[in-house]
Design a protein. Structure first.
Length: 127
């Protein structure tokens, strides 16, 4: 039950850009991190550019991707590949003015600390 939150500041996003980011990050979660597609949640949020600086300097377009997964379910290589591919996706969808310092973070949460529909991931994993 991974969840992805993508924050983007800069020019307003078109609907197709939002859809591309949602579909693309879902695909990466399924193909690279082996998550169950119908359970992947993706929230794309546009935030004010005035509230975001990098190195204390203004930027024209910036993003942050926070992906939450169950701890211990992916290898270092899989996580590295996800980060590289998510970065490529952002650059493709958002364009050349995306600042280099747009972070992609994978948060690994213990299975007993999150879940959906009232059950933790640990409870779902029990036989």
């Amino acid at each position: 039950m991974p969840f992805i939150n993508v924050k983007i500041a800069g020019r307003p996003l078109a609907r197709d850009q939002i859809a591309s980011i949602q579909a693309g990050t879902t695909r990466l979660m399924v193909d690279i991190l082996h998550k169950v597609g119908p359970l992947v949640g993706v929230l794309v949020e546009e935030v004010p550019l005035a509230g975001w600086r990098v190195g204390g300097e203004p930027v024209s377009r910036v993003a942050q991707v926070d992906a939450t997964v169950s701890a211990g379910t992916n290898t270092a290589d899989e996580k590295s590949r996800f980060i590289a591919e998510a970065n490529r996706l952002l650059k493709t969808v958002l364009g050349a003015d995306l600042t280099e310092v747009s972070y992609i973070v994978i948060h690994e949460v213990p299975k007993d600390s999150w879940g959906y529909d009232g059950l933790t991931q640990a409870e779902r994993a029990r036989p």
